[in-house]
Ligand binder design. Structure first.
Ligand SMILES: [Zn+2]
Length: 341
C-alpha cells in the first residue's frame, strides 16, 4: 500500500483572472514546498477518474451543469466573485475526477492517505449555483462516487476552510449518509453555518457547525477538535473521513482573521488521522478549497503532509504576536447544549 497519493490538477493555470486571489500560484506554492521537503516526487500522482453523469447529477442539478458549461464556454463570470475561462469547464470536471481518484484509492486501501490539490475549488458550489470562486463541488462529488459506485453507507466531510462550505452543507442537508462538520470564521462570507443549522429530514443531526469569532487560534481549534468534532465522529461512525482543507484559517491569510498556525493545522489533521486509524480502517483523504497567502500555503502544505505521513515537522512561520481571543467559548457552550457534548 502507498503511504500517500496525490492529485495534481494538470493544466490548472488556464483557470485564472488577473488580480484575483484564487490564482494558480496557490497550488504551485504548495508543490514547491512539498518538492523542497522531498515529499512530492516520492508518492504517486493519480490521473482524474472519468465521472458518470449519475454521480455528477447526484450532487448538482442537470440544468446547473449545462448552465455552468455554457458560462465557461463564453469565459464569463458566474457572479461578482466567480470567474471562468474557456478552459474552466474541462478543468473543473477534471479536478472533481481527481478528487474521486484519490477517494477511490484510499477507499480501496491502495493508499493509506490521499491529498488532492483540487483547483478550481468546490465547497461553496451548491446543487444549482457556482459561487465563492467554486464551480463543481469536488469533495461532494468524491463522497457521492463512493456512495453510488463503492457502496459506502456513511461518510464524514470535515471542512477546515476559513469559510463555511455552504454548498457542501446544502448538497447533503437532507441526507443521512454524509455527515458534514465545519469550523469557519463567523460572521463572514457566505453568512451560513450557525450552530443551529443541523440538517433536516433524513439529514437531521447530520450537519454540525462550529462558527468561530475573529482571532480564534490553535488552542481553540484543538479543543473543538478533541471535545467537539472527534466525539461527533465517534457517534456518526463514518467508513471514511473526507477533509475539505483550505489554508485561509492561517494567521497570515489576507481574507480572514482566524489565527491558526501551520503547526496547528498539522495537529488537527494528525488528530483526524489517528481517529481514522482507530475507527475507519485508516481511510482519510484531503481536498483543497481556499487559502490566499502563498507563504502560509507553503508552510501549511508541509505541516499537513507531515501529519499525513506521521513525520516530525517544525513550523517556520510560528504563531502571530497576538493573544488568542476566548470569544469562541460561548459558541462552544451553545454547540455543547445542542449536541450534548
Ligand atoms: Zn475559504
Amino acid at each position: 500500500m502507498h503511504e500517500l497519493v496525490y492529485y495534481y490538477p494538470q493544466g490548472h493555470e488556464a483557470h485564472r483572472e488577473n488580480g484575483h486571489p484564487e490564482r494558480p500560484d496557490r497550488v504551485e506554492a504548495m508543490v514547491k514546498a512539498l518538492k523542497e521537503i522531498g515529499w512530492w516526487d516520492s508518492f504517486p500522482h493519480l490521473e482524474p477518474q472519468e465521472l458518470s453523469s449519475a454521480v455528477l447529477e447526484g450532487v448538482h442539478t442537470r440544468s446547473f451543469l449545462s448552465q455552468l458549461e455554457e458560462v465557461c464556454a463564453r469565459g464569463q463570470r458566474f457572479d461578482m466573485d466567480t470567474y471562468t475561462t474557456t478552459a474552466s469547464w474541462d478543468l473543473a470536471v477534471k479536478t472533481a475526477g481527481g478528487a474521486v481518484a484519490v477517494s477511490k484509492s484510499v477507499w480501496e486501501r491502495e493508499a493509506k492517505r490521499g491529498f488532492a490539490l483540487t483547483r478550481p475549488p468546490g465547497h461553496h458550489a451548491t446543487p444549482n449555483q457556482a459561487m465563492g470562486f467554486c464551480l463543481i463541488n469536488n469533495v461532494a462529488v468524491a463522497a457521492e462516487f463512493l456512495i453510488q459506485e463503492k457502496g459506502a453507507k456513511r461518510l464524514a466531510i470535515i471542512d477546515l476552510d476559513q469559510h463555511h462550505g455552504n454548498g457542501t452543507q446544502d448538497i447533503f442537508w437532507d441526507r443521512g449518509d454524509v455527515f458534514y462538520i465545519s469550523t469557519h470564521q463567523s460572521p463572514h462570507y457566505p453568512g451560513t453555518g450557525q450552530v443551529s443549522e443541523t440538517g433536516t429530514g433524513d439529514g437531521d443531526g447530520a450537519t454540525a457547525n462550529f462558527p468561530l469569532p475573529p482571532f480564534t487560534g490553535d488552542q481553540a481549534f484543538l479543543t473543538i477538535m478533541d471535545e467537539g468534532i472527534i466525539p461527533l465522529l465517534d457517534r456518526f461512525a463514518p467508513e471514511m473521513t473526507l477533509v475539505s482543507y483550505g489554508f485561509d484559517p492561517h494567521w497570515r491569510d489576507p481574507l480572514g482573521n482566524l489565527m491558526l498556525t501551520a503547526g496547528g493545522y498539522g495537529d488537527l489533521v494528525s488528530r483526524l488521522c489517528n481517529w481514522a486509524d482507530q475507527n475507519c480502517d485508516g481511510r482519510i483523504a484531503l481536498y483543497l478549497e481556499g487559502g490566499y497567502d502563498l507563504e502560509a500555503a507553503e508552510a501549511c502544505a508541509q505541516g499537513v503532509v507531515a501529519a499525513l505521513l506521521d513525520e516530525e515537522w517544525d513550523d517556520p512561520l510560528g504563531a502571530p504576536n497576538q493573544p488568542e481571543s476566548t470569544a469562541w467559548q460561548a459558541m462552544f457552550r451553545e454547540a455543547g447544549d445542542i449536541w450534548d457534548l
